[in-house]
Design a protein around this ligand. Structure first.
Ligand code: HEM
Ligand SMILES: [Cu+2]
Length: 643
């Protein structure tokens, strides 16, 4: 029974059963991209509604659903999975591994994410989407104040997505710590790998906190428990503490991978090593730790008392220090470099500039008296969009343009890329810059319309024009992708003259990544293979009589054994919505069916033979003739069908 799909299935079935980290990375990226378009359309509707006073495009309740789904989508279905996509694709390549530690768990993480997103969006067709904000403050989200199933979809959707995030985190952490190529010490790891490691650690510890909060809310809503029932003596601040102990680290989960991307892009296009590599690593770790000590800055207006408020104000200002250090190091990386103005560099520099503005307005929230003024105004909306959009999205676009040739062997068009950047930068600042002014003029957030006599009309109009400009820039990007798909390019393995290992193998990489596992002797390994130094320390290209870049034939005929595909991750993931629909509609039998489904699928997964039967697996006819272990180095636990 339970035969594993054999060989390399093609087409849709191939994608559904894949356990290749690169394909899974692409699945994450494309899915997150589609959710980005959906979340963007929601944002446009919000802005069209607010573009002029007394608009009636959407009702108050529809507005609540739209901003809740917009925020939830952008955070959980766009930025997090996009970062996961980059990490999945790149981390094994950057550390010289053939796959991740748990290939099937990796596939499971993706499918659970997809299923969770679809589940959450099914609410639109089942009586209304979540409408309690992406932060879901209880007791407003308790049954008493939010009857109907809207919030249930949010609670269960986030639980499902949390399972996806946790599987991804465990997998990436183990991969990074255990599967580095010989010679790649921690302090030789590419900075993107480091920042992904810190972000995944944060995820591992933050996710359980919100899971607890969501469970409590679920018990209140489904079974009449009283965790958030004020009338039964609950503390109205309980939810906020639980949520923000998760929520603040979450901000760094969103931003650290983008910081890692930018720290890879800037050196390549400045033709200098990253300035202060170890300082960058330690400031990232410092952010990871300090991020846990500042959550109550989201609660300054709730009456915590002067001592708590002073303490959190101080800790929040301190966290600006490692962040500031990073900003200086990025600038110092570019300083005096031979800068090539390319699209990835533009997005990376845009990240540094916009993120700095977001950081500065963040400092103003750390000052309690000014925060008391700004809380729940558009000033806050301006701030977090500068950080999340100006930060994460700009940073991740830098990554898209930079690694696109690695993914596809094609270069995105530079002219369209620059047009995309310019339109997005202008549109972004037009949209969110004026929100600072609106906020200081007292326009509250989460209002679906406003009267004409408040002096808010002009800047709201500008902001809406700005959001349309952003939409236009995204259109340019889509045109670029489409245009590039049609070209017959072959840009080769290393088009940017880059520094890290992923550029030392063909584009797109073969399924086994490295024909022979690289031995690492330095940070920026590939660069040192290509360049030596002259007497004054300037880089000089080495004359090599062998290619630095592996050719595709190197792996041929060597029977590198990769894990076989599997459909159990997908089958298992489909159990979650069954369980959740059953709970939401209180048809317990359905939930129980879903639970058995899940248990059955996990058993089948565990009992699945390690590989397909040899007679129909072309790749597995011989034991690996070349690969890890040949040179007496420790054998990483790869290619054994684990996970
Ligand atoms: C096209 C670009 C975007 C526009 C025009 C836009 C606009 C808006 C608007 C009008 C709101 C509602 C504010 C309110 O009523 O309180 C909002 C909320 C929000 N946005 Fe965006 N946004 C954009 C992109 C993003 C991105 C890229 C992210 C994150 C990566 C993001 C994260 C959020 C969050 C977390 C909220 C709060 C939702 C809530 O309060 O529940 N937005 N956005
Ligand atoms: Cu915070």
């Amino acid at each position: 029974m339970l035969r594993r799909p054999s060989g390399a299935p093609k087409g849709v079935w191939g994608w559904m059963t894949t356990v290749d980290h690169k394909k899974i990375g692409i699945l994450y990226g494309v899915t997150a991209g589609i959710f980005f378009l959906i979340g963007g359309i929601e944002a446009l509707v919000l802005r069209l509604q607010l573009g002029a006073p007394n608009q009636t495009l959407v009702s108050a309740d529809q507005y609540n659903q739209l901003f809740t789904m917009h925020g939830t989508t952008m955070i959980f279905l766009v930025v997090m999975p996009l970062s996961a996509g980059f990490a999945n694709y790149l981390v094994p390549l950057m550390i010289g591994a053939r796959d991740v530690a748990f290939p099937r768990l990796n596939a499971f993480g993706y499918w659970v994410f997809l299923v969770g997103g679809l589940f959450m969006y099914s609410s639109f067709f089942l009586g209304g989407a979540p409408n309690g904000g992406w932060f879901g403050y209880a007791p407003q989200t308790a049954l008493q104040y939010s009857p109907g199933h809207n919030i249930d979809f949010w609670v269960f959707g986030l639980q499902i997505l949390g399972i996806a995030s946790l599987s991804g985190a465990v997998n990436l952490i183990v991969t990074i710590l255990n599967m580095r190529a010989p010679g790649m010490s921690l302090m030789r790891m590419p900075i993107f790998v480091w920042m992904s490691l810190v972000a995944q650690m944060l995820l591992l510890f933050a996710m359980p906190v919100i899971t607890v909060a969501l469970f409590l809310l679920m018990f209140d809503r489904l079974f009449g428990a009283n965790f958030f029932n004020i009338n039964a003596g609950a503390d109205p601040l309980l939810w906020q503490h639980l949520f923000w102990i998760f929520g603040h680290p979450e901000v760094y989960i969103l931003i650290l991978p983008a910081m890692g991307v930018v720290s890879e892009v800037l050196p390549v296009f400045s033709r200098k090593p990253l300035f202060g590599y170890s300082v960058m690593v330690f400031s990232g770790i410092a952010i990871g730790f300090m991020g846990w000590g500042v959550w109550a800055h989201h609660m300054f207006a709730t009456g915590l008392g002067p001592v708590a408020v002073s303490a959190f104000s101080l800790s929040t200002m301190f966290i600006a220090v490692p962040t500031g250090v990073k900003i200086f190091n990025w600038i110092a990386t570019m300083w005096g470099g031979r800068i090539r103005i390319s699209t990835p560099l533009l997005f990376a520099a845009g990240f540094v500039a916009m993120f700095t503005i977001g950081g500065l307005s963040g400092v103003t929230h750390a000052i309690v008296p000014s925060d008391t003024q700004q809380t729940d105004t558009y000033y806050i909306v301006a701030h977090f969009h500068y950080v999340l959009f100006g930060g994460s999205i700009f940073g991740l676009f830098a990554g898209v343009y930079y690694w696109y040739p690695k993914f596809t062997n094609k270069l995105l068009d530079e002219r369209l890329g620059k047009l995309h950047f310019v339109l997005m930068l202008i549109g972004f600042n037009l949209t969110f810059g004026p929100m600072h002014v609106l906020g200081l003029q007292g326009m509250p957030r989460r209002i679906y319309t406003y009267p004409a006599n408040r002096g808010w009309d002009f800047w709201n109009f500008v902001s809406t024009i700005g959001s349309l400009t952003i939409a236009l820039s995204i259109l340019v990007f889509l045109i670029n992708v489409r245009k590039t798909r049609r070209t017959e390019q072959d840009v080769g393995a290393d088009p940017w003259d880059a520094r890290t290992l992923e550029w030392s193998i063909p584009s797109p990489p073969p399924s086994y990544n490295f024909a022979s596992v690289p031995v690492v002797a330095a940070r920026d390994e590939l660069w040192h293979r290509k360049y030596g130094e002259d007497g004054e320390g300037r880089p000089v290209r080495r004359e090599l009589d062998y290619p630095v870049v592996e050719s595709l034939d190197d792996g041929e005929g060597k029977h590198i054994h990769m894990p076989s595909p599997s459909y159990w991750p997908l089958v298992a993931s489909l159990a979650f919505p069954v369980i959740c629909y059953g709970l939401i509609y209180r048809v317990w039998a359905v939930s129980i069916l879903g639970a058995f489904w899940l248990i059955g699928a996990i058993y089948a997964w565990a009992l699945e033979p390690q590989t397909a039967p040899p007679e129909d697996d072309d790749d597995a006819v011989e034991p690996p003739a070349l690969g890890p272990g040949d040179d007496g180095q420790p054998v990483p636990a790869l290619a054994q069908g684990g996970g």
